[in-house]
Design a protein around this ligand. Sequence first.
Ligand code: WT7
Length: 630
Amino acid sequence: MSDKKLSGEVFYPSENTLKDLRVKKWDDLQKAASEDYEGFWSNIASELHWFRKWKKVIDDSKKPFYKWFTEAKTNIVYNCLDVHMETFRKNKLALIWEGENGDFKAFSYYALHRETNKFANVLKSMGVRKGDRVTIYMGRVPEIVIAMLACARIGAIHSVVYGGFSVEALHERLEDSHSKLLIVADGAYQRGKIVNLKSIADEALQRAASVEHVLVVKRTGHEINMEFGRDMWYHELMNMPFAKSKCEAEEMDSEDPLFMLYTSGTTGKPKAILHTHGGYMVGVYATLRYVFDINDEDRYWCAADPGWITGHSYIVYGPLLNGATSFLYEGAPNFPYPNRWWQMIEKYGITILYTAPTAIRGLMRFGDAWPGRHDLSSLRLLGSVGEPINPEAWRWYHSVIGGGRCPIMDTWWQTETGMFMITPMPSVPLKPGSGTRPFPGIEMDILDEEGKPVKDNEEGFLVIKTPWPAMIRTIYNDDDRYVEQYWSKYPGYYLTGDSARRDEDGYFWIIGRVDDVLKVSGYRLGTAEIESALVSHNAVSEAAAIGLPHDVKGNAIYTYVILRAGVQGSKELMEELRNHVGHEVGPIAKPESIEFVESLPKTRSGKIMRRVLKAKALGEDPGNLSTLED
Ligand code: WT7
C-alpha cells in the first residue's frame, strides 16, 4: 500500500517509526487475514491461555448469533493477570493511578492479581455466583478496575455505569440487569468538588428492587448514609479473613458472558450490549497489539473513562492482556490548569496517548504555550476515538503534542464492535480525518438505501460484512431487538448506524450517525433519553431533542418543549428543566438550549421529525415534507 501515490493530504510513516515497529506491518497482516481468515484469528488466539482448546473458530450456523472459539474454556482475567505471574512481568507495573488531588497509587501485576483475588473472594462471600449481574458505579479510581476483574474472575457479569450518569440512568440499568449487587464509591472528585455518588445511588435504589447489597469504596471520605444490613465498606471487607489472596479463576466457556454495557440506541431505553470471554479477549488483545504496537517499554495512557467501552477494552482488558503498563487519571484535562495532562505525560513518561477529538479541541483552545512548558518527547504514538476528528485538530495534535513524530491512530469502532474496526497501524500512510481502512480481514462497505455499494466519494450507510471476534453477541434479554436493530436493514450485514464515504484510495471517512444518537463531547446519548427525562418533569407535556454542531463538543443538545396547559415558560423554568435532566440522566445530558413551543413537527403516525427541527435550526431546507402531519 505504501508504494502507491495517495491523493489529498497524506502523512507517510517515518523511517524511525518503521524501524522501531515490533509487530508485523499492515500488508503482511492483510495478506495473512485475506488468505485464511479463521487461521489468522486462530493463530492470534493461540498466543493466549485456554483451559481447553476450541473446536471451531467461527460457528455461523445460527447467524446473526455468531459464536467464536466454540467449546473452548478460558477466563479473560487469567490471561490478564495469572499468565504474567510466571514471567518478569510479575513485578512490572500494571496500573499507575493519579487522583485529581494529586494522590498516587501504583499496582504491579502481582499486586493487581492479589487485590483482584481478594475482592473475588469478597464477592463470593456475598453470595455472588457465575452468571449473576453486578453493577459498578464510580469515578476513575483503581477500585473500578479491581471490581471489574474480580467479577470476571468468578464469572459474574459486570455492568459498569459511567460515574457521570445520574439517578434515573443508574436506576434503569440496575433494574434492566437485575443486579444483585452494586459496587459504588462514596463520591468522586470533579474539578475540586465532590460528586456524591452514594447519595445518587441511594435515590436510584429506592426505585430498584433487585439489589441486595451495596459495597462502598471510600474515595472522598465525606459523610454518607450507610444503610444497616445493606451497605458495607469495601476496605472493611477486604480485611476480613474470607478475603484471601487466592481465588481460582472460573473456567468459562468462550461464549459465556463477560460483561454488559448499556449504550444509547435509536429509540427507547438504553440497551445492554453483551460481550463474551473468548472472542472479545482475542479481538481486544490483537487490535491493541497491532494498532498501538504496545510492548513492555510502554507507558500507555487511554484517557477515556472505564465506564465506557473504550475504557473496558483499552484501559482494562487490552493493556493487561498484553502485559502493558496502563495509566489512569481521575480528573478533567484542564483542572486546575490546562497543562494537567501535559504535566503527567512528562512526569510518568507516557509513550502512547489515546483520547477523543473533543478533548483535543478543548485543550487546543488554550494555545500552544501550555503543552510548550512540558517535555513531551516520551510520546511515540497518539490515538483518537469517539467521533470524526477535524483536520485542524489532527494537525495540532500531530505537531504540537506529537512533535511531528508520532503517527495518529484514528480508530473507528463502537460499544457493539468491542474492538477497533476501521483503523490505521503505525506503518500505514495517514490522512487527517480518516481512520484509513478496516482492520485486516474485516470487510466493510458503504451502501445506498437499496443495498447497492455507492461509488467512490459518495455518502451511504456503513456496514460490516464479516463477523469479527469481539462482536456484540446480543442485547441482554432482547434477542429480537438485536436482530431488528443491527441485521434487518440489509440481511446478513451488520448495520453500524453511521454514514460514511470511501475515497479513491479506499480510505473510509466517517460522516456521522444517521439515527437519533448524539455524540456530545464524545459521549453517546440518545435523543429518547433526554426527551423522556424532560417529559418526566411535571411542567412538560412533550419534548424533542436534536444535536447541532458545536466547536468543542461535536454535538450540542438543543431541545423543544411543549408545556402542560396552564404552565408559563420562563428563564427559571428553563434552568429548572436543565437541572432536572442533569439529575435524571447526568450532567453531560443537560441541554444547551430549551425552547418552549406550541407544537412539534410530526409524521401522521406521530413520530417527531427531528430532521425538520434540525434543518430549521440550521436555516437549511428541510427536504421532503410529504409525511408531515401538519
Ligand atoms: C460511535 C460509537 C468505541 C469508541 C467509543 C465510542 C462514533 C467512534 C470514531 C472515529 C468517527 C467515530 C461513530 C460510532 N465514532 N469512533 N474514530 N471516527 N466516528 O463508542 O459510544 O459506542 O459510539 O462513535 O459514530 O458509531 P460508542
